[in-house]
Design a protein. Structure first.
Length: 97
């Protein structure tokens, strides 16, 4: 099944702020991993976030973390943040269960 990828405005701004050599890699990984199997957890790439209602998942792309939710046939990309800022972002914007 093919999922529609919807990028939140804040995530789109963060994506544009990435270095030019990192941005295409992040875009490619979002397309590769989230278009067809966004809920397929792996040890190295996709992690289901425990204790969180939102975001549900995290995709790792090098030093970048992409936080997203899966709603029926849509993937909602909520944030694109540096690894060093990920915990802070989750604390501020995440919704615990």
């Amino acid at each position: 099944m093919k999922y529609e990828i919807i990028v939140a405005p804040d995530a789109a701004v963060a994506m544009q702020a990435l270095d030019a050599h990192i941005r295409p890699e992040v875009r490619d990984q979002i397309e590769t991993h989230l278009r067809f199997e966004p809920e397929r957890v792996s040890k190295s790439r996709i992690k289901r976030l425990r204790g969180m209602r939102q975001p549900q998942y995290r995709l790792r792309v090098g030093e970048i973390r992409v936080f997203y939710d899966v709603v029926e046939t849509e993937v909602h990309v909520l944030a694109v943040v540096q690894k060093s800022e990920a915990a802070k972002w989750l604390e501020e914007k995440g919704t615990p269960e």
